[in-house]
Write a protein that binds this ligand. Sequence first.
Ligand SMILES: [Zn+2]
Length: 207
Amino acid sequence: MRIDFHVHTSYSFDGRITPSLLASLSKKTGVITAITDHNNISSHSEFRKFKIPFIPGEEIETAQGDLIGLFMSEPVKKGVDFYEARDAIRSQGAIPYVPHMFDSLRPGVEKEEYGKAADIIEVFNARSLERFDKKAAEFAKREGKLMAAGSDSHYPYEFGTTYAEIDLTPDQLQPKPLLKALKNAKIVGKRTSLLKRKIAKYTGIYL
Ligand SMILES: [Zn+2]
């Protein structure tokens, strides 16, 4: 199974992929999506209507940087302390996942203690510079943390080429089996063009 662990829908202020479009992209590419909108989980109920497997998540803007929760059922508000968000994720049986760690150009957490407090480290983010991903991968390896990949898609063309490939069936898509399967994940990623994103942002034109 191929999973993209970091995807935004139009329920993110800067996201341009509607849940229905994301569902068709997921079907077309065979990549299962996590939905990680900024500070809300409002898209989950709409996405469930399409009856395809996905991971309902949230990307929370904590006071120290972004933190993703996977398998979220209750949203966590932005601006809270990192550890408060981490505990709120764990208390609902969800998984703390650190996106774009060390990315100083974006709100990635930079202190190692935050990575140590999570279960999964994103070692490939299609919007990050290679040097930040490298640092995250080295950290995850050293600390024995699980590794995954996310496209951080906000536009449709970004989805489908970045994922972690794991041995899991759709009916096993639950926190515990997922964590187990991630021990042998194969990371596949393609970096997306910053220029293309800037054009999309300022002209509204994108594929
Ligand atoms: Zn994101």
